[in-house]
Ligand binder design. Structure first.
Ligand SMILES: Nc1ncnc2c1ncn2[C@@H]1O[C@H](COP(=O)(O)OP(=O)(O)OP(=O)(O)O)[C@@H](O)[C@H]1O
Ligand SMILES: [Mg+2]
Length: 309
């Protein structure tokens, strides 16, 4: 986080186009908003558009605006988002999803810094900073020709990559504190097993998912002083061990914990591979069936619930 904050601070003051990459829920929009807030453009608008949410035609008219009578129903001329963001920052979210003809128009605006409303004769100069974000691998899109290479280079003058929560799990407890502090609450203690579960979970939804998990704890246990594993959602308590073992987590854990982490992980993997047939799993692990059953009980390992009807 400290590194990310420093990069944002340095890049914000320059006017370069920035591409923010990272998994869903990792905080890309927050980075874009911070780039704006820390720039000289902070007194001017920050305009965000989700490129995946609009059909190509609508996105085109939203971005570039349209002149009067440019299409049936266009009774009034309309300033596009480029004009609305003039002086400020335009945030293009999910940029990977934009259709080829809109890519071409976008490239032209980025190069010439002027927009022509659809169906209009005249062009208008715009002075703005563009920040784009994606959770897709844009280089791959360029390689398979679904994203223009020239546009990719224009957008990614500077690339800021936001690491996934599992890659920076050491930030998690700071975030948890932040969560409670911003709500005017004291951070509850976390039972050791709770800490462990939180650290091992893979957090596919990143900070957003963690935030939701904390909201959930708070909703059910508003006065909690120590968060117990049973207070976490099944997703978090059930999943651990299914993912690859994270060596960084192991290194941050005391030896007995690290060993049991490894042990539980192996048990779960073997049970899964053997369709929860305990005799076969025991054989694979080199344990007696009795021995395996004991360990299953110790770790509280349950077979996954049947899929929803
Ligand atoms: N470092 C952080 N500190 C506090 N809150 C954060 C941080 N990073 C992300 N968040 C919060 O997590 C949530 C998700 O962040 P954001 O919307 O920026 O993610 P995103 O990468 O744009 O996600 P998506 O790809 O799904 O659009 C937001 O509520 C945001 O405020
Ligand atoms: Mg977003």
């Amino acid at each position: 986080m400290a590194e990310l904050r420093e990069v944002i601070r340095r890049v914000a003051v320059s006017d370069v186009t920035v591409l923010v990459t990272g998994e869903s829920g990792s905080g890309k929009e927050l980075v874009a908003r911070n780039l704006h807030a820390l720039s000289e453009r902070c007194g001017r608008p920050f305009v965000a558009v989700n490129c995946a949410a609009l059909s190509p035609g609508v996105l085109e008219s939203e971005l570039f605006g349209h002149g009067r009578g440019s299409f049936t129903g266009a009774v009034q001329s309309h300033a596009g988002l480029f004009e609305q963001a003039d002086g400020g920052t335009l945030f293009l979210d999910e940029i990977s999803e934009i259709a080829p003809f809109v890519q071409a128009k976008l490239l032209r605006v980025l190069q010439d810094r002027q927009v022509r409303r659809m169906g209009a004769e005249t062009v208008r100069r715009v002075d703005l900073r563009v920040v784009a974000a994606t959770n897709a691998n844009l280089e791959k899109r360029v390689a398979d020709a679904s994203f223009r290479m020239d546009l990719f280079y224009r957008l990614s003058v500077v690339e800021i990559h936001v690491a996934s929560l599992r890659e920076r799990i050491e930030d998690m407890f700071d975030f948890i504190d932040h969560f409670f502090v911003t709500r005017g609450l004291a951070t509850p203690r976390l039972a050791e097993r709770t800490r462990e579960l939180l650290m091992r979970y893979r957090w596919p939804g990143n900070i957003r998912e963690l935030q939701n998990e904390l909201e959930r704890v708070l909703a059910f246990y508003p006065k909690v002083s120590e968060v117990q594993p049973s207070m976490l959602s099944g997703r978090v308590t059930r999943d651990p061990g299914n993912g690859p073992i994270d060596i960084d987590v192991l290194y941050q854990t005391k030896l007995p914990r690290a060993v049991s982490y490894l042990e539980e992980n192996l048990l779960r993997k073997s049970l899964e591979q053997n369709n929860w047939n305990k005799s076969r799993a025991a054989r694979q692990l080199g344990l007696s069936r009795q021995g395996l059953l004991k360990k299953i009980k110790r770790y509280g390992i349950d077979p996954p619930p049947p899929p929803d009807e």
